[in-house]
Design a protein around this ligand. Structure first.
Ligand code: MN
Length: 375
């Protein structure tokens, strides 16, 4: 039985709000879903698991029809969906009366239920959010009913207000695989309990490669000696089954955090060259969060907003500071207003970046331009 596990597609969201490519990213989330379905079609995947937050918010009927249309193109792939905390089934949710294609099972209940597919001997357990928060540990006590079947648990959350999870307990429950959603980082709780992570990263904190999990579970002979089964199967504790899963890097883009060092030799032009070299190295498809650090020549100005034409630069964190030899500057201005200003600013109880900047701008104002030759 071959399956694909995805979660947190957040369809309907437009990531990187206020960036010029935000709408494009919104469309790319749909493309990602469509591409996954294409993979299911090509690879004849038996089971597609969608572990919550398929939609970013309450889905519109138009969006549900769009998703259903895509899924109906793979009638031989059984799809099991649960609602997460973002697309929870509210009283007026479009999910409530929506008719999905034959191959789609939406586990709508707010309490654990299951669906059994006889032809692939697989039972999938799960439940949907009906509220934004769930503080009961509803995953902890779900147990497979028939160990001869392939048993899969699909869940969303795993943190205090989002179905807190006792992973040890869940591991002992004996599921062959637990498909988790909610955490957008791809995280493995164990060999068989995994967060797929968001299919496409949707926020600048979701750095690194994103994608889905492809897996295969094979049932051995019913009489198989458990001591001869693979370590994974041993962990799942179930009747000679072998479980193998792999992460597939699939997302079109990746958020990359990069540090760029600045020195007194740098100009705006050389900063641009550094940014260009980074983007050339890591691909212009990616989304960048740049942290600038170091000490710059106070006579140079860096037009950080001007860098935005160089690629998908989501954010620039500026930790640079002008290189100023305050000692030298102070000595040259002992007793005058500049010297007094330096004294006053240095005795200020706040010794942070803001007061440092204030000191620099104050000196600039007092010297009329920029203190020359003081670094
Ligand atoms: Mn979530």
């Amino acid at each position: 039985m071959r399956f694909i596990h995805i979660a947190d597609l957040h369809l309907g969201m437009e990531p990187d709000k206020d960036c010029s490519w935000s709408k494009m990213r919104g469309r790319e989330l749909w493309d990602a879903f469509s591409n996954i379905i294409e993979i299911c079609r090509k690879e004849k995947t038996d089971l597609l698991l969608i572990a919550g937050d398929l939609f970013h918010k309450q889905p519109l009927v138009r969006e549900l029809k769009e998703a259903a249309g895509l899924l109906s193109a793979v009638p031989d792939t059984k799809t099991v969906i649960i609602a997460g905390n973002h697309d929870y089934i509210s009283g007026t949710s479009g999910y409530r009366n929506f008719k999905w294609p034959e191959n789609v099972t939406f586990l709508m209940s707010d309490h654990p239920e299951s669906v059994y597919f006889e032809d692939i001997n697989t039972e999938v357990f799960g439940f949907s959010y009906h509220t934004r928060d769930i503080s009961e540990p509803l995953l902890d006590d779900i147990r497979p009913t028939d160990r001869a079947r392939i048993n899969i648990l699909i869940g969303h959350g795993g943190e205090p207000s989002k179905v807190p999870a006792d992973w040890k307990k869940i591991e002992r429950a004996g599921f062959d695989y637990v498909a988790m959603g909610h955490l957008h980082k791809p995280i493995d709780i164990s060999e068989t309990i995994r967060y797929s992570g968001s299919l496409e990263p949707v926020d600048l904190n979701e750095t690194g490669r994103h994608g889905y999990i492809a897996g295969e579970i094979c049932t051995g002979a019913a009489t198989a000696d458990p001591s001869h089964s693979s370590p994974e199967a041993g962990k799942a504790g179930s009747m000679g089954k072998t479980v193998s899963t792999t992460r597939v890097e699939f997302a079109k883009r990746e958020y990359i955090k990069a540090d760029i060092g600045i020195g007194v030799e740098d100009t705006y032009g050389s900063l641009r060259s550094k940014v260009k070299a980074l983007i050339d190295e890591k691909s212009d498809r990616n989304l960048y969060i740049l942290r600038l650090f170091g000490e710059y020549d106070p006579q140079i100005t860096f037009d950080l907003e001007g860098l935005s034409d160089m690629g998908y630069i989501v954010r620039i964190i500026d930790e640079t500071r002008p290189k100023l030899d305050l000692q030298k500057l102070h000595a040259a201005n002992d007793g005058n207003v500049i010297g007094m200003f330096i004294d006053r600013m240095r005795s200020s109880p706040e010794n942070d970046r803001i007061s440092e900047k204030a000191l620099f701008y104050g000196i600039m104002a007092l010297t009329g331009d920029c203190p020359q030759n003081y670094y």
